[in-house]
Design a binder for this molecule. Structure first.
Ligand SMILES: NC(=O)c1ccc[n+]([C@@H]2O[C@H](COP(=O)([O-])OP(=O)(O)OC[C@H]3O[C@@H](n4cnc5c(N)ncnc54)[C@H](OP(=O)(O)O)[C@@H]3O)[C@@H](O)[C@H]2O)c1
Length: 281
């Protein structure tokens, strides 16, 4: 199987490439420079001149706060470029994996969101990712839409790395205690994506490591597991100024994953411990 991976230098894409290669798949993983997916001509050429059996689309505009300002750039990448890829996959009737986000939901209440619950993104990034989902559903029948949250992996900026960095320079920090969700380790997610590609169980899924936690308790666990000295104080989202609004409830139900027979990802504390080992901490 020959798989095109977009965003292969990114946090998730780099682990997807390693995982698919370890399973003997042939990978096409052009860099952003080589293959700008917002260039429709290049997208057409890619599918015309390369035989591709599946696409794992990890490239995205992921700067959530900056997206409030750069919303055109964000929509061009997350919505329009996704549409170009989805059209080609639909035309060739090949499967395409699209990574979406908990930010398509509005974050009210405390119940975990089911895949078909009402969408009401609070920010431009969420709106653009939802438009990407709509394009997938409209143009590519063989779609895997996977909503994930709070990604962390070796090759990217993420919350655990930020806490570890702050632990080197600060004695005390405040972290929001009223945003609840689940971290997702890119290595675990990459395994699930590889498993999905072996099936025809197309559809919409939520995939995160198991367990719900606030950013405050997550930060405390990062400090505890890494043995750093950093005091974490709880604060609330309304006291923490940011350009983009974020949902308070990011809990995602894994019901559709279970129903389709896929394995749940391991608990987030276990994923964090493997991540710290990967970082040699
Ligand atoms: N990070 C999170 O917490 C989170 C949460 C929920 C969902 N997600 C979703 O998960 C997926 C993976 O996220 P991530 O954190 O792994 O992303 P990331 O580390 O920011 O990587 C994004 C990738 O996209 C590439 N890229 C950007 N613009 C491009 C363009 N015009 N053409 C081709 N490639 C381009 C980047 O290459 P360059 O660096 O060379 O530009 C990079 O390889 C995304 O769909 C994201 O929306 C992420």
């Amino acid at each position: 199987m020959k798989v095109l991976v977009t965003g292969a230098s990114g946090q998730l894409g780099s682990d997807v490439v390693l995982e698919l290669e370890s399973r003997g798949m042939e990978i096409i993983a052009p860099s952003h420079e080589e293959f700008d997916i917002t260039n429709q001509g290049l997208v057409l050429q890619m599918f015309e001149y390369t035989e591709i059996d599946a696409v794992v689309h990890c490239a995205a505009y992921t700067a959530v706060d900056l997206a409030q300002e750069e919303h055109i750039k964000c929509h061009n990448l997350n919505a329009s470029a996704t549409r170009s890829l989805a059209k080609q996959c639909g035309r060739l009737e090949i499967p395409m994996v699209y990574i979406s986000t908990d930010y398509v939901f509005g974050g009210a209440g405390e119940e975990p969101y089911e895949v078909n619950d009402k969408k009401s993104p609070l920010n431009e990034y969420g709106l653009s990712k939802l438009a990407g989902e709509e394009a997938m559903k409209a143009f590519c029948n063989k779609h895997f839409i996977i909503r994930v949250s709070w990604l962390f992996g070796k090759n990217g900026k993420n919350f655990p790395k930020t806490i570890l960095r702050l632990a080197e320079t600060r004695d005390e920090i405040s972290v929001v205690a009223d945003q609840i969700g689940s971290p997702t380790y890119t290595k675990d997610l990459a395994k699930l994506i590889a498993d999905m590609l072996k099936t025809k169980n197309y559809g919409i899924y939520h995939a995160t490591n198991e367990g719900f936690v606030s950013f405050f308790d997550y930060a405390k666990e990062i400090v505890r597991q890494s043995g750093k000295n950093l005091i974490i104080n709880p604060t609330t989202t309304d006291k923490y100024k940011s350009a983009a609004r974020r949902p308070l409830n990011s809990r995602l139900s894994k019901q559709s994953l279970v129903e389709a027979g896929f394995e749940l990802l391991p608990p987030w504390e276990d994923a964090l411990s493997r991540f710290l080992k990967e970082l040699k901490i």
